[in-house]
Design a protein around this ligand. Structure first.
Ligand code: ADP
Ligand code: ZN
Length: 607
């Protein structure tokens, strides 16, 4: 067996490379530069970790966040790899030991922040044999990206300082501009660009339109209920929104935490730590959360509000399901968010770009074709698939002649001189006597109450469709009042017909997953997982995690536990063949896990 594959098996316990990993490793080991674009969870780390283990010397890994380095170092050490991070949060003594281990070549992988790296260049040049340099989260170098970090821009000097050392830039987000910017600013030498598919088939995609707060909460609680003792993230637009969401969830007995930029850094790292160690199961967060999170078993990601771009959206949902197991994502889309985000974009420094990005996000949310196809097309992969794992594929839209219905709404808007917004329109159609309505005498117009037979929820959804189809538009500069377009007038006056799609009132029971019951092994056949055994193994994993004070997933991933609970190995050789179990972990934990499996088998034999 060749060296790279052998390391993959003995260190990580994996049997085969994912697409491109192999090519990237060979390219780097041969001393070349490259840029790697792979989605979150795609397996970027292995692309530099294996070369680091194959080459002579110490590999430098530039990473923007200490928490991120810590997770990576933990995972490597758990697999018996000599890796560490040099940073200011270490004790001086610890840093001295790390330096020594670099100098005498014991350490194989050194994580370091860009600012620290700049300071250490003289030392690295004189005392250390640098084998290669990986620049993780490379999009941070670009102002066009969404995580610009000025420290990254200095990394270009590495090209002069270490001219003969292979440099590998890696990122999960890069549109064309960012891509070019990375290559230029890092001054990569004739880099080969590896772009892997951005598809993450294990993430289900689901958009729910025009949900009222109550329905949203019910849906969220259903999702949480489907994942007992499992982790999830709920992204909210504002700090306040995140806090309210967490309060509401706690009231329902959910173990929920809050994370946003308004918290002190201590509070933030505590919340993050609780989440990583499964002490808090659901995090309600603003976009500030997640970049430093390497937790592989996040089972659902919910967007309570519309994200500002497809890039952010994809990166956020990408934090779910890194272990490759089925993971649910839901995006709630309503008009209020669109209006708020539009205002942000209008006021932002890069108005045009941001509005364009928001429009693309909106198109995604409103789309009637396979959502995965839209995402993949957005990232430049032409795809005509119907994925079968998004809401559009699962419930293809049905259309009906909605002319009369649309006419009712348009007439209400016209009769109020186009001076009403979304909610007031619904109130008038439903015949609700709210103060805002009576104050303006809108309850006297002939359209008042003509839509009583339709629920407010459905009216919201129909109005959204009318907007998407261009029958109405929003006057952002006039208090977001609704205006009837000329196409709308054609319908109102009977010159054209209006098509609407049937609103699906989904029955959540149908989609409830039976995920726990089967696991797909490497040959693609499914075998059944013993749930009792799985829970016992999970308990043992928890015990070990608290003994070594590391997150549970650094012991074994959920996928490995599932494989154990279905393959039920009874000796060390079989144990070592299970997915995700390398030599180091086999030696460390093999006996204890085997004991649980064997006892379980004996116990169930006696029954
Ligand atoms: P990212 O691209 O986000 O940095 P990671 O490198 O963290 O992704 O990899 C995501 C997950 O996939 C990790 O749990 C990693 O161990 C796993 N993984 C990577 N390569 C393989 C492989 N060839 N076979 C199985 N699992 C893999
Ligand atoms: Zn689809």
């Amino acid at each position: 067996m060749d060296k790279a594959l052998q390391l993959l098996k003995s260190i990580y316990g994996y049997d085969s490379f994912r697409p491109l990993q192999r090519e990237i490793i060979d390219h780097v080991v041969a001393g070349n530069d490259a840029l790697v674009l792979m989605p979150t969870g795609g397996g970027k780390s292995i692309c530099y970790q294996i070369p680091a283990l194959m080459l002579d010397g110490v590999a430098l890994v530039v990473s923007p966040l200490i928490s991120l380095m810590k997770d990576q170092v933990d995972a490597l050490q758990a697999n018996g790899v000599a890796a560490d991070a040099l940073n200011s949060s270490n004790e001086e003594y610890a840093n001295r030991v790390i330096r020594e281990r670099c100098e005498n070549g014991v350490l194989k992988i050194l994580y370091i922040s860009p600012e620290r790296l700049m300071l250490e260049i003289p030392w690295l040049q004189q005392c250390v044999k640098v084998s290669m340099i990986a620049i993780d989260e490379a999009h941070c170098v670009s102002q066009w990206g969404h995580d610009f970090r000025p420290e990254y821009t200095q990394l270009g000097v590495l090209n002069e300082v270490f001219p003969d050392v292979s440099k590998l830039a890696l990122t999960a987000t890069a549109d064309k501009v960012t891509k070019a910017d990375i290559v230029e600013q890092l001054r990569l030498r004739d880099p080969k660009i590896f772009i892997s598919s951005f598809d993450r088939p294990n993430l289900s995609l689901d958009v729910r339109k025009a949900y009222m707060k109550r329905d949203r909460m019910r849906t969220i609680l259903d999702v949480i209920g489907r994942h007992p003792n499992e982790s999830g993230i709920i992204y909210c637009l504002s700090r306040k929104g995140a806090e309210t969401m967490a309060d509401d969830l706690r009231e329902k007995g959910v173990s929920a935490g809050v994370y946003h930029a308004g918290l002190s850094s201590d509070e933030r790292s505590r919340v993050q730590d609780d989440f990583i160690n499964d002490r808090v199961m659901v995090i309600c967060a603003t976009i500030a959360f997640g970049m430093g999170i390497d937790k592989s078993n996040i089972r659902f990601v919910i967007h309570n509000n519309l994200p500002k771009s497809i890039e952010s959206f994809y990166q956020e949902i990408g934090r779910g399901g890194r272990d490759g197991l089925p993971t649910e994502t839901i995006l709630f889309y309503n008009l209020q968010d669109l209006i708020s985000l539009r205002n942000f974009a209008e006021e932002s420094g890069q108005r045009e770009i941001n509005i364009e990005k928001l429009n693309r996000m909106k198109e995604y949310a409103e789309a009637q074709v396979c959502r995965r196809r839209i995402l993949l097309n957005y990232f430049g992969e032409t795809s005509e698939c119907s994925c079968g794992n998004c809401d559009v594929c699962k419930n293809p839209p049905l259309y009906f002649d909605g002319t009369v219905l649309v006419q009712k709404a348009l007439s209400a808007i016209k009769r109020c001189h186009e001076e009403i917004g979304f909610s007031a329109t619904v109130d008038i159609l439903k015949g609700r006597l709210t103060p805002a309505i009576t104050e303006k005498d809108y309850h006297r117009i002939s359209t008042f109450g003509v839509g009583r037979d339709i629920t407010a929820y459905d009216w919201h959804a129909y109005l959204l469709q009318m907007l998407q189809r261009g029958y109405i538009e929003i006057a952002y500069n006039e208090d977001k009042h609704l205006k009837v377009t000329s196409l709308g007038e054609d319908i109102l006056y009977g010159r054209k017909q209006a098509q609407l799609s049937v609103i699906v009132h989904e029955d959540l029971r149908v989609t409830r997953s039976k995920r726990k019951l089967t696991a797909t092994d490497l040959s693609g056949k499914t075998s059944s997982i013993d749930d009792d055994l799985f829970e016992k193994l999970r308990a043992l994993r928890g015990t070990i995690a608290s003994e070594i004070r590391k997150p549970a997933y650094t012991v074994f991933s959920d996928k490995t536990l599932q494989a154990l609970a279905s393959e039920k190995p009874t000796n060390l050789v079989l144990f070592g063949n299970v997915f995700g179990i390398g030599e180091h972990k086999k030696k460390l934990y093999g006996k204890r896990f085997l004991e649980v499996i064997i006892n379980h088998l004996n116990g169930s034999d006696e029954e």
